[in-house]
Design a protein around this ligand. Structure first.
Ligand code: SAM
Ligand code: DTB
Ligand code: SF4
Length: 331
């Protein structure tokens, strides 16, 4: 493995990359027999984490719908039929109430998402900064996903105490234009760079099952693993086909392809948190266990994602307990 990693006990720390994995190598990993792939991923996982621990984040949609962007998967885009109803920016107290509930349910991070191309500087952004400060004061990690940021906004978020910024590459550079036309891959890379330069940890991943090829999935993971600084958190989403979107009838991805993609992510980014994100409501417990064996070590906890359904908190807790695993209690 050409990847330079730093391990500090079971806590992942910022990983500076030295050399790149080639895309060919990533595809070769995908092609491994599943038993071999799973063992390699488990080995990498156990070198950096307690493999019986799951980290839980809870999502809250702080601004919903009426989004100007045309992401083909998203129910919040105003370009599609049947977009979800618009809800303006949530008040601080409502966000904090969501944070208190998330903490009581066992989450250690609140991930606040806004359906924006990019946030507008001014009173609205100031309100977002107050949310970061308020969530931190509850003793939770704070994550935001607000679209594209400029340098100043990234620094302001850092100063407010933001721990993570979520900005997904979503798919390979080659497939990207089939999914989104209103902003480019380079725009996304630029925002990730600004966030990293501001000293905020990056959460960046993608969606599987949008009609892309295995080569595209390898391309996405190759991009993530070769960012100048490795992302500290990678969400792997399975497409939830949303009514009215161009991907509403997308053919479901083979389950084992998701397991493979998680295992490859774990091998390429051994010290990164990997979150099994959207799409769990359609997955059996057995499939989710395979994903955890492949190296996933996080979930979104709570009955709702941003707008779409998620397994109930009670079901998830019972599932994790039945595996003899546990929710990690601290950040
Ligand atoms: N507007 C911001 C942006 O696009 O960066 C933040 C919110 S956006 C909803 C966050 C991520 O959710 C997307 O990048 C995408 O990966 C994921 N997502 C959205 N809709 C999804 C769906 N139907 N199925 C799976 N993942 C989805
Ligand atoms: C991510 O990669 N997945 C989360 C989080 N980052 C913001 C969002 C999933 C959204 C699923 C569709 C919805 O709820 O509308
Ligand atoms: Fe808007 Fe984000 Fe949905 Fe794209 S993914 S339409 S930017 S909310």
């Amino acid at each position: 493995m050409d990847t330079a990693t730093a391990c500090f006990g079971t806590h992942p720390k910022r990983i500076e990359k030295t050399e790149s994995d080639t895309k060919r190598r990533v595809l070769d990993l995908f092609d491994l027999p599943l038993p071999d792939l799973l063992v390699s991923a488990q080995k990498a996982h156990r070198e950096h984490f307690d493999a019986c621990e799951i980290r839980a984040s809870t999502l809250v949609s702080i601004k919903t719908g009426a989004c100007t962007e045309d992401c083909a998967y998203c129910a919040q885009s105003s370009h599609h039929q049947e977009p979800v109803p618009y809800q303006p920016l949530m008040g601080l107290e409502e966000v904090l109430e969501a944070g208190r509930k998330a903490k009581a349910a066992g989450a250690t991070r609140l991930c606040m998402g806004a359906a924006w191309r990019s946030p507008r500087t001014g009173p609205q952004f100031d309100a977002v900064l107050d949310m970061v400060r308020g969530v931190k004061a509850l003793g939770l990690e704070a994550c935001m996903t607000l679209g594209m940021l400029d340098d100043h906004q990234a620094r302001q978020l850092k100063d407010a105490g933001l721990d993570f910024y979520n900005h997904n590459l979503d798919t390979s550079p080659e497939y990207y234009a089939k999914i989104i036309t209103t902003r480019t891959y380079q725009d996304r890379l630029d925002t990730i760079r600004r966030v990293q330069e501001a000293g905020i940890r990056v959460c960046s991943g993608g969606i599987l099952g949008m009609g892309e090829s295995r080569e595209d999935r390898a391309g996405l993971l190759h991009e993530l693993a070769n960012l100048p600084i490795a992302p500290e958190s990678v969400p792997i989403n399975k497409l939830m086909p949303m009514a009215g979107t161009p991907l509403s009838d997308a053919a479901p991805l083979d389950d084992m392809e998701i397991v493979r993609a998680i295992a490859v992510t774990r091998i390429l980014l051994p010290a990164t948190q990997i979150r099994l994100s959207a799409g769990r409501s359609g997955m059996s417990h057995a499939l989710q266990l395979l994903c955890f064996l492949a190296g996933a070590n996080g979930i979104f906890l709570g009955d709702q994602l941003l707008t779409a359904e998620n397994p109930s908190g009670n079901e998830d807790k019972a599932m994790i307990e039945s595996f003899g695993m546990a929710l990690r209690a601290e950040n």
